[in-house]
Design a protein around this ligand. Structure first.
Ligand code: CDP
Length: 217
């Protein structure tokens, strides 16, 4: 069983995916976290300011990348960086890194290997279009950009992050633009995905909607 949940930043993918995973006893994979791990590595290697088209640097990064997705968190080179990958500096740079073909090839390979012979729910931008075009169920979550910014603001301030709502809103608009206009696996609804607008729905309503879609498969 493979469930694909795609959509733009802050549309509720990870919250919903975790809940659905629990209900249906599926393993959840947050593919956005994987691109965030690569971005953090690039920041640590100091290669973001250089021309990202310098493929030698990108290949060096990918060859030395040790990522581990465990139940208790995301590890980069043996260190739990689950908190660090949500920081604004990572959000500001992740879409540039995720647009690089070599990065995507490696991440998609890892996502398919991780999911092999498992019942999984994955969330991201290209799960239903590229990673698993034959997924059993595909959902495309959308929401008004202001509402998405409000949600992300609440989430980050609750964690004690010092962020501004306007900065978050601008970051969301910027990522929507880069993610949906890039050449490689752009963010878009798969033809056979069910679109769910979460703007004025609460978490339970969205969860129930997806569980119903699953029951009717
Ligand atoms: O949680 P949020 O919606 O802020 O984003 P995320 O799911 O953590 O993804 C961060 C970034 O990774 C996105 O803005 C995309 O640039 C990239 N991404 C991607 O290209 N493909 C995926 N399957 C998942 C994420």
């Amino acid at each position: 069983m493979i469930i694909a949940i795609d959509g733009p930043a802050g549309s509720g993918k990870s919250t919903i995916s975790k809940l659905v995973a629990k209900d249906l006893d599926l393993i959840y994979l947050d593919t956005g976290a994987m691109y965030r791990l690569v971005t953090l590595k690039a920041l640590k290697m100091g290669i973001l300011d250089e021309n990202l088209e310098n493929l030698d640097k990108i290949n060096e990064l990918l060859d030395n990348l040790e990522i581990d997705i465990r139940e208790d968190g995301f590890y980069l080179d043996g260190v739990d960086v689950s908190e660090e990958i949500r920081k604004p500096i990572v959000s500001e740079n992740v879409s540039k890194i995720a647009a690089i073909k070599e990065v995507r090839i490696k991440m998609v390979d890892l996502q398919r290997a991780f999911s092999k012979a498992k019942n999984v729910i994955l969330d991201g931008r290209d799960i239903g279009t590229v990673v698993f075009p034959n997924a059993d169920l595909k959902v495309f979550l959308v929401a008004d950009a202001r509402e998405r910014a409000n949600r992300r603001y609440k989430e980050l301030t609750e964690k004690g992050e010092n962020v501004s709502l306007e900065e978050i809103y601008q970051n969301i608009l910027m990522r929507d633009k880069i993610d949906s206009t890039r050449e490689e696996a752009p963010l878009k609804k798969a033809e056979d995905a069910v679109e769910v607008d979460t703007t004025s729905k609460n978490i339970d309503e969205v969860k129930e909607k997806i569980l119903n879609l699953y029951k009717n498969l």
